[in-house]
Design a protein around this ligand. Structure first.
Ligand code: CA
Length: 464
């Protein structure tokens, strides 16, 4: 591929946007016409998964193409050492103009500031929704306005000022729809007169699972704070009415934040059309992980359960990807870096641990394509009290091992539990309500999955 043909790449990533809050994925609770455009004019991936469902670790995996035990960001308490090689550096060295705008969340200052970007402008830490401070190339400034609008304004400014002779790689990273879900003026009253449907598993009682689900502190009716729901609950509600009240308060603000992302994505897509560069520009939309939208009675993420494990991933590239397609092939966040490099015609370093998704995006599944994936959550019994675990997911089953130990990892609590397993039959039990580990008819399956788990652990070099 000649240099002149290298495509532009716009990687849009939101924070905590679950696939089941995108209408292209069949959302029952909102409409996202602009995100759907990417899917309608490109491809929707139905089995894209993160390898550790929490912000900083997923971001580090995307940037480095490596699992967290290799890139050094296993928990929120480990900042990235940005001196290590990563995809933006490689693209920059190979002639790409590069920018990182919005939520970085891998630490800042010292060795954690973005590297490999000609321009960067990031929210410190989680960032603020309104009038956020941002750190522009190392200098802190206040930006008046709403974070989602500002992020896209800055992206459009940067694209506008680029050298048109060279391709660009832009990471457009939204703060939204991360907690505490502060909407903008424009969407503040959206959904005011309607009730958002509650999910199927809203009243989960955590029976038939290990201790981990019951121990987690992310319950809609118990763990949300006033800052989250911005009001005191009305007096005199029954426990069940109170739970519904909390859900409505939470989910409406969450969806309002997404409505702004959707509008701003439309603005970006329109800009590419106006400038005549849509054909030469790959647009990707994802989120650093999924999220519980009242599923299992929860908000937040961290678990290897479906709603949290699954990432939305929509890609448009008119030159190569047929419009309106979908795939169930497995894709992982550690695959993204190699995918960017493949499109740029640059060979990936040997030690990246994923695989380029380019063939599956154009509908050509390579022989022997991955049909299992490895997951690991390290932050044992930390915020939200989720037990550390690792596991394997295949197309039909999921095996999870809660090993019951913080192992001295930063951010993990030093508290021990008996190790336990969970096994889910995803075809019969897509909502993972019934752990079948230890049941007679699943003994062989469990054994096979354990072998696969240990094979994957070795493959990714995560050896305890
Ligand atoms: Ca996140």
């Amino acid at each position: 591929m000649s240099k002149a043909k290298q495509p532009n790449i716009i990687f849009i990533m939101s924070d905590d946007h679950a696939a089941h809050a995108i209408s292209a994925y069949g959302s029952r609770i909102n409409e996202t016409p602009n995100l759907d455009r990417i899917s309608n004019e490109g491809i929707r991936l139905d089995n894209c998964f993160c390898t550790n469902s929490i912000c900083a670790p997923s971001r580090a995996a995307i940037l480095t193409g490596k699992y967290n035990h290799i890139n050094g960001v296993r928990t929120l308490y480990e900042d990235i050492d940005a001196r290590q090689p990563h995809v933006a550096k490689i693209l920059q060295e190979n002639g790409y103009q590069t920018a990182m705008i919005g939520k970085w969340h891998l630490g800042h200052g010292g060795n954690s500031d973005p590297t490999g970007f000609d321009y960067w402008n990031i929210f410190p830490g989680q960032g603020e929704y309104h009038d956020p401070d941002m750190i522009e190339m190392g200098v802190k400034k206040k930006f008046p306005g709403y974070a989602t609008d500002i992020t896209v304004d800055l992206c459009l400014d940067w694209i506008e000022k680029r050298d048109e002779e060279r391709p660009f790689f832009l990471m457009c990273h939204h703060k939204a729809p991360h907690r505490p879900w502060d909407p903008d003026e424009k969407h503040m009253h959206l959904y005011e007169d309607i009730d958002i449907p509650e999910p199927e598993t809203f009243h989960d009682d955590y029976e038939n699972r290990s201790y981990a689900a019951a121990e987690a502190e992310m319950r809609i009716d118990r763990d949300l704070r006033k800052r989250d729901v911005k009001a005191d609950p009305p007096e005199g509600l029954s426990p069940s009415e109170l739970k519904s009240w909390y859900y409505q308060r939470y989910i409406k603000d969450y969806l309002r934040c997404i409505a702004s992302i959707d509008d701003n994505t439309g603005r970006l897509l329109d800009y590419l059309d106006e400038k005549g560069i849509a054909e030469d520009t790959i647009v990707m939309y994802t989120s650093d992980q999924g999220f519980f939208l009242g599923d299992h009675g929860w908000y937040d993420k961290r678990f290897m359960y479906e709603e949290s494990l699954r990432m939305p991933f929509l890609v448009r590239y008119p030159r190569e990807i047929p419009a309106g397609t979908t795939t169930k092939d497995f894709a992982l966040n550690v695959d993204f870096a190699q995918t960017f490099l493949d499109y740029a015609g640059i060979e990936a370093p040997e030690d990246m641990q994923g695989a380029s998704l380019r063939p599956i995006l154009k509908g050509e599944t390579p022989f022997g394509w991955q049909d299992s994936m490895y997951y690991r959550y390290w932050e044992h019994m930390s915020e939200h009290n989720v037990a550390a675990h690792y596991g394997v997911r295949t197309h039909k089953f999921k095996l999870i091992y809660y090993y019951g130990d913080g192992l001295g990892v930063p951010g993990a609590r030093d508290v021990k539990y008996e190790p336990v397993w969970e096994l889910f039959d995803l075809e019969k039990d897509p909502y993972e309500m019934n752990n079948v580990y230890g049941q007679e008819e699943y003994l062989d399956v469990a054994e096979e999955l354990k072998n696969e788990l240990y094979r994957l652990k070795e493959q990714v070099k995560d050896l305890d």
